[in-house]
Structures are given as structure tokens and as C-alpha cells.
Design a binder for this molecule. Sequence first.
Ligand code: ATR
Length: 275
Amino acid sequence: MKLFALIGCPVHHSLSPLMHNDAFQSLRIDAHYHAFHVEPHLLKEAVQGLKALQCAGFNVTIPHKTAVMAYMDELDETAKQMGAVNTVVNENGKWIGYNTDGEGFVRALCEQMNIELSGARILLVGAGGAARGIYFTLLKHRVSAVDVCNRTAGKAETFIAKQTSSVYSLEEAEERLGEYDIIINTTSVGMYPHVDAMPISLQTLKKGTIVSDIIYNPLMTKWLQEAKEKGARVQNGVGMFVYQGALAFEKWTGIFPDTKRMEQVVMQQLGGKTC
Ligand code: ATR
């Protein structure tokens, strides 16, 4: 039996073991996925230990996504560009680090909302690790613009490509919402337990805009709820979670799993309906 793992701190709440073990079972793959709590000061030992145990691959979550890069034998270009690794593959005893977060978000957006991105005008709210991953993946899809707004001025300037992107303050972006086809919240604002917080005001939102939030706890943030009431098409963070996992699964096994089934497994656990 092959061993796959998740390392993070904390990991007890993670839905990844359930999702991957169900996929292994349904595809009759003799493998098991286990979540390991790894304290930051023991990260190196944990990664070495997984190699000694001949672990076939693992996922990396908060707070290790950047620190784990130091212990990889090779890094994929996307992971380098994003400065973070979320998926590691054991290739003949070498750890190869990848990042499926950005691609996971974009695949979920296109497939679940049934859209193409070419020519789209997109606004990202936030300029942290999640924003960066999504930003670089969006740029590969011939979009017309990906603008970034953030609380801390200057943070987005460190990674944007000036020809396709402008950087705004949250207040400036709030005035310009009508210019965008797609608006994406990449911050943790509105996540449990601070469920009343909203990343930006939606006063100028126009009907029919696609509004996506990477948060899935709660399934429907206050921000998404308000967007829906204003006539937007909304998407929560379950899709990104499922697709980043599906892309990792594909790197490990060569098989792209049934994302609908994965979503059902996750939704059953979260106890709700997707929006
Ligand atoms: P991640 O890797 O999950 O993206 P991160 O790198 O800490 O996490 O980034 C979090 C993002 O959420 C940042 O854009 C952060 O804004 P700052 O750059 O100003 O810190 C944003 N964020 C977090 N809490 C926020 C809040 N209360 N209001 C506005 N933005 C917030």
C-alpha cells in the first residue's frame, strides 16, 4: 500500500484525508492518505521522515507552504514563481515540489461557472499567498486585465505585471466594481469565526458579475450572500479546494479523479448545499 500525507499545523479539521481516501477507494488504488500535525521547528525532520518511510507524495498546508521549499530536491516553475509548494511528489526518491492552488482555483471557476476567461476583466481582492497563486494562473489565460486591490498598499506591487494590471486601494476598487466581469476574494475576511466581516463593500456591483470567494467556512460568506442579492453569479471556496486536491491526485497517480464525487464527499462533511 502506498502512503500519501498532509503536513500542516493544525490539520485536525482538514477534509483532505476524507476526499483523497474516498478517491483511492473508488478507483481501487491501494493507497492511504493521512494528515500529520507538524510543528514548524520539526518541518525538516518530518520531510526527511516521510522520505525514509517511502511516502509516495504529500500535500503541504499552513504554515509550511513556503518553508517546505528548502527541503525539495527540485521545484516546478509554477511553485518557484508562486514562492509556495502545496503538493510534493516522490519521483524515484526525489521530492519534487509543485503548486496546484492557482490552477485549482481557475479550473473550478471555469468548469463550475461554465465560462472562458479570454478577454475577461478581473479584480482580485487581497495580495497574499493565495492571491499570488491565482494571479499568475489567470495571466496564462489571455485575460484582458487582472487588477489587484489590498489593504496594505505596495504589497501587490511586488508581483504584478504592469502591462495587464493596476493596483488599487480597497476604497478605489469599491468605486470601480462595475468595470469587472469577475471579482475574487482571496483574503480570509469573512471566514469563521469573523463571519460578519466583508473584504470590500459591494455597493457599485453590477448585475451578472461573477463573484467568487475562496472561503468555504462558512459556505456562504456574508459578502457572497450580498453579491447574490445584487444579482451576481456566486461561487464559494469548495471548488478551489476540490480542484487543487484533484490536481495533486493526478500528479501522484496519473489519474484525474471525479471532481463531482470529491465535491459531494466534502459537502456531505460540511453539511450544506453549494451555491
Ligand atoms: P494567504 O497566504 O492565505 O493569502 P496571507 O499571505 O497572510 O494569507 O494574506 C492574507 C491577505 O488577506 C492579505 O492580502 C491581507 O491584507 P494585508 O496585505 O493588508 O495584510 C488580507 N487581509 C487579512 N485580514 C484582513 C483584514 N482584516 N482586512 C483587509 N484585508 C485583510
